[in-house]
Design a protein around this ligand. Sequence first.
Ligand SMILES: [Zn+2]
Length: 431
Amino acid sequence: VKRLWCELAWLGGDAPERGVLIEIDDGLLASVTPGTAEPPPDAERLRGLTLPGLANAHSHAFQRALRGRTHGGTGSFWTWREQMYALAGTVDPDSYLELARATFGEMALAGITLVGEFHYVHHDPQGEPYADPNAMGKAVVQAAHEAGIRITLLDACYLHGGIGRPLDDVQRRFADADAEAWAKRVDAIDHHHVGAVIHSVRAVDPESCATVAAWARDRGAPLHAHVSEQPAENDACMEAYGLTPTGVLQQVGALADDFTAVHATHLIEHDIAALGEAGATVCLCPTTERDLADGVGPARALRDAGVTLALGSDSHAVIDLFEEARAVELDERLVTGVRGSHRAADLLRSATYDGYACLGWNARDLADLIVVDLDSVRLAGTRTEDAVSAAVFAATASDVRDVMVDGEWIVRDRAHVRLDVAAELARTVGA
Ligand SMILES: [Zn+2]
């Protein structure tokens, strides 16, 4: 049994608890005891604010290589997608492993202990399966393992180049022959945490959406989908089916409490109600949604309807879950002129427990935790009762000092215990 004594730890309230003794047994939290005034002699003492590990519920790891290359100009989501496709056309299982490992290393340093990798680059550049049809997915799982973080591999079904449109050359890498072929391939992945993905209603027809949803339900796996990131997706969907993307997903039975809609930026009232009634999760990715000029999703209305919110760094324009968390509140302030739609503790729950849950994990059992340095220049002077607000509204990824996954330290004093993350990023992104 490993014992940690936290000067301050967040246990879910608006303010942190003082003097929290944590006992860890075999990677699990055996006990959490607030109000332990003095550290026991055999306990490691953690200065600063201890939080549960952060969950990055929506990631496309390879897009880290686009950072800095796509943000400066004009263009739209759709012209950005051309640049992303050009990158997606070049990776193979070896380079994918290196790029994903370095990206997941950056995540570890940022306090991210679990990633949901929304994975759709499945086959070789000609669209032919590799000798192992899951070579790319396995490379991503291996990358997370080597970076020391947990992963749920969210394997995407991707069939069409748009509603009623054939695949283009790059998209052939993403596609299986049909939803049954997708299911057969995914069943062969030997990993405990695999989730099902409907890439979008652009790429998956309604009948195939139903097949993917049924696969998830049969296996008790999470189900994710990109939903209404851009108005053009809604327009095409309305024209083809007379329904919004959420409406299509509702009709095929995809909406349930294991379903996560990613983005959900452009919703009508019926969509919000349907997601709420289903007890679904919405994964907001505010830094990407900003970067791509997607818009600001109706986060408060979703929460009021009963939707759970999670967070993702998606395209990795930046990797900083504190920035994602505060952006939910701050972007909404700009749109509505109202402050305080989301409490700091609620935003932190989205960044931790709720992200874990939508990826199929229960964070409350796991010895995954991070320590935020309250002596950093950004946080020095913070009063104890304000430490949760200060972390959410002012901390950055670089204030994460120590990171534990499964009871083992993977980051100590802002350094990864195994990887030189910056050097790996420079090498792999450069290549
Ligand atoms: Zn995405």
